[in-house]
Write a protein that binds this ligand. Sequence first.
Ligand code: SF4
Length: 356
Amino acid sequence: MPTSHSPIVTYSPAYTIVPTYECFNRCAYCNFRTDPGKSPWMTISEAETLLKPLHSQDVCEILILSGEVHPHSPQRQAWFQRIYDLCELALAMGFLPHTNAGPLSFEEMQQLKKVNVSMGLMLEQLTPELLKTVHKHAPSKLSEVRLQQLQWAGELKIPFTTGLLLGIGETEDDWWETLEAISQIHQRYHHIQEVILQPHSPGNQQTFDAPPFDPHQLPRVISQARQILPPDITIQIPPNLIKDAKWLLACIEAGARDLGGIGPKDEVNPDYPHPDYQALQEILEPAGWELVPRLPVYPQFDDWFSEELQTAVRRWRRTSPPTPLLQGEGSKNNPSFPGSAWECHTGGSASKSAAE
Ligand code: SF4
């Protein structure tokens, strides 16, 4: 875990596959979903075709990001099985899967743990006020449902990523309340790896008519979040949504230490392409920060997995990332790794960040 005393900022070289864009929710800020039945599900052979070239592009994490099929839909079991099969495929091809598919049943989470090294679900905001506005037509955005996911992940020992979506109609107090809730659950189970602070960034498909979250506010939110969250949770910010290099650096100075999965496309914010490694390094290096790739699971969680998953993770930990490619060299989608070793997020640095 990088700390405020460390010059290291991490990111995960990642590629996203989308089992389906169909979603029974209609969040007003969504730029991802299609109506049920309007998005053909990704087949295993399509996924295989997408994943094969990634071996030469040094991708480690496969993010399986799906729209949601209603828990009572007759399609639910087939939807879940497709997600499971895609994870299994990614694992068999040597990648490390991380699934975010909305709220799952306890049994579904238990199953997916077998084929994922970590999982995720945004809390966004806990305030029920949003159920009258942006979440009016989003039944799975009930705060109790989402909090339960965090709790189940803890009970099942699944390393987890969650986060807040900022600027969707909530108040400042709502931010601190949501962060406090994450903190409390983590103190019980110690399973939250990262908390994402994601500024609302309007896209072309959304119906929510509101300005973007003011990036100038982010460093203050990060700083306060750092005070609220336990030191062994890393704060993640999406660099494609913080366009101004000066403000990206201010966010890091305030306590953010991870830039999340960097890949060819941000499926949730398709209007905001990810910067590549080189562009990020040009911002960070002159300011004294080192940009280092990480795996989608931190080492303190390695023994939470089956022997098969532990073997897959160990293989990656032993591998040194290759030297960086220059801009234009190799695939244009290549996130380009630095030549240093994978960052090891160990619990040992937690005491350092206690002062953050
Ligand atoms: S934000 Fe997620 S849950 Fe909401 S409509 Fe879009 S895909 Fe569905």
